[in-house]
Design a protein around this ligand. Structure first.
Ligand code: PGA
Ligand code: ZN
Length: 416
């Protein structure tokens, strides 16, 4: 049993310099947990709602003081002194207290920060590292996920200079986390040199630390990634593969895909993705189609799976109901797991387990607005994610997670 002594929170800043929430949960026996929550820029419309103050005088309306106040007052009064046997009970209490489907009253940002802080407090109470506690919640053996590391950015993460949002690398042949990061660093620096040579670009980076030169089009982004892998001395495909987050909802309007100066219907968009898959060493396509274009997703999966992962982010929003629909209609075959899209650990775990039960792969993901908190690394390990997607190997809010993975490999002896 874990008795809550008190919960509290404060407004802090994320990696984009925008407000977010850091919460603490203190148990009656003195165990303490804290957690900071991230925030997305290219959000799916089915995501749980982040509560923002809307006061234009502070942070352009993005302040989180009301959500923080709810934690410090309403929630603290409601759950202070209460005993919870498990994470599920704690989360359900917050869901019920909120009372709205998208968690819009108290805010999914407030609720998730407490869900995570309680989880850490319970791990502390049980004297377990967070990943071990999470692994016991999930009933799986912990293991290291393979990183998908951001190389180039476009779309909502880089001012829209090119339609595709992110091109990542996966050091597929690397046998350890240490080697994965060595290879990824080599490729990243080769890419930075190419960006400087081809696009006269100084080392300016996008939201997740990816390079964002003024590519002529999406194809040149993919070509540059392959060239960077080769320039770093690795074999594209055999040693380092690509994953693409198309984030197609961002350039879908009036039933058409507006990409690279063209306006494509569903079947031509699928054709374009097939052409990329045939000509580049791509192993995963995320959000290749709009979040409401279920027919397009089915077509894409038919054409490209299982050779290529058909990964749903905006389509699924870590929502068990949407994942169930995608399983039933064969619209995807892997899920991007972002716990703040749904708002509690319990619901995110249900999403993860549902995807697994269908034989899907799970990609545990950060958001484009992150903090230096490293809980995501423990979650990816504890829930045995197949991949982790955190952004580039620059910027400390990303490195907090990679460095935690390096620690878990070298000190706790976990393996890929
Ligand atoms: P977001 O981007 O955090 O801005 O939503 C990440 C992604 O689309 O995968
Ligand atoms: Zn995405």
């Amino acid at each position: 049993m874990s008795e809550i002594e008190a919960v509290s929170a404060l407004e802090i800043l994320d990696s984009r310099g925008r407000p977010t929430i850091r919460a603490e949960c203190r148990l009656a026996d003195g165990a303490l947990g804290h957690a900071s929550v991230p925030s997305g820029a290219s959000t799916g419309s089915a995501e749980a709602l982040e509560r923002r103050d809307g006061d234009p005088a502070r942070y352009g309306g993005l302040g989180c003081l009301q959500a923080v106040d709810s934690i410090n007052n309403e929630i603290d009064s409601a759950i202070g002194g209460c005993e919870f046997a498990a994470q599920t009970e704690f989360d359900q209490t917050l869901i019920d207290l909120d009372g709205r489907p998208a968690k819009s009253r108290l805010g999914a940002n407030a609720i998730l920060s407490l869900s995570l802080a309680f989880c850490r407090a319970q791990a502390a109470q049980r004297k377990l590292p967070l990943y071990r506690h999470l692994a016991q919640l999930a009933g799986v053996q912990p293991r290291l996920p393979k990183p998908m590391i951001n190389l180039f950015s476009g779309g909502a993460h880089a001012g829209g200079q090119v339609a595709v949002q992110d091109v990542q690398i996966v050091a597929s042949a690397a046998a350890s986390m240490r080697r994965t990061l060595e290879i990824s660093s080599d490729v990243f620096h080769a890419a930075a040199q190419l960006a400087a040579d081809r696009y006269d670009m100084r080392l300016l980076t996008a939201d997740e630390g990816g390079l964002a030169p003024l590519f002529e089009n999406s194809r040149s982004m993919l070509e540059c990634a392959v060239d960077a892998i080769a320039a770093a001395g690795y074999q594209p495909g055999a040693e380092v593969a690509l994953t693409v987050d198309v984030a197609a909802s961002q350039f879908y309007a009036d039933g058409r895909y507006h990409i690279d100066g063209a306006s494509l219907d569903r079947s031509r968009m699928v054709g374009l993705l097939e052409e990329w898959a045939a000509n580049f060493p791509i192993i995963s396509i995320e959000d290749g189609l709009d979040e409401a274009d279920w027919t397009g997703w089915q077509l894409l999966r038919k054409r490209l799976a299982p050779a290529i992962m058909i990964l749903g982010d905006d389509l699924l929003c870590t929502n068990p109901g949407r994942i169930q629909r995608a399983i039933a209609t064969e619209a995807a075959d892997s899920v991007l797991l972002k716990v703040n899209q749904i708002g509690t650990l319990t619901e995110a775990l249900a999403a993860c387990q549902l995807a697994r039960s269908a034989g899907w792969r799970v990609v545990v993901s950060a958001r484009s607005g992150e903090t230096e908190d490293d809980w995501l690394a423990d979650l990816a390990v504890g829930w045995a994610g197949d991949f982790i997607k955190v952004g580039s190997i620059t910027q400390s809010e990303r490195l907090a997670k990679y460095n935690r993975l390096l620690y878990l490999e070298q000190v706790d002896g976990l393996r890929l």
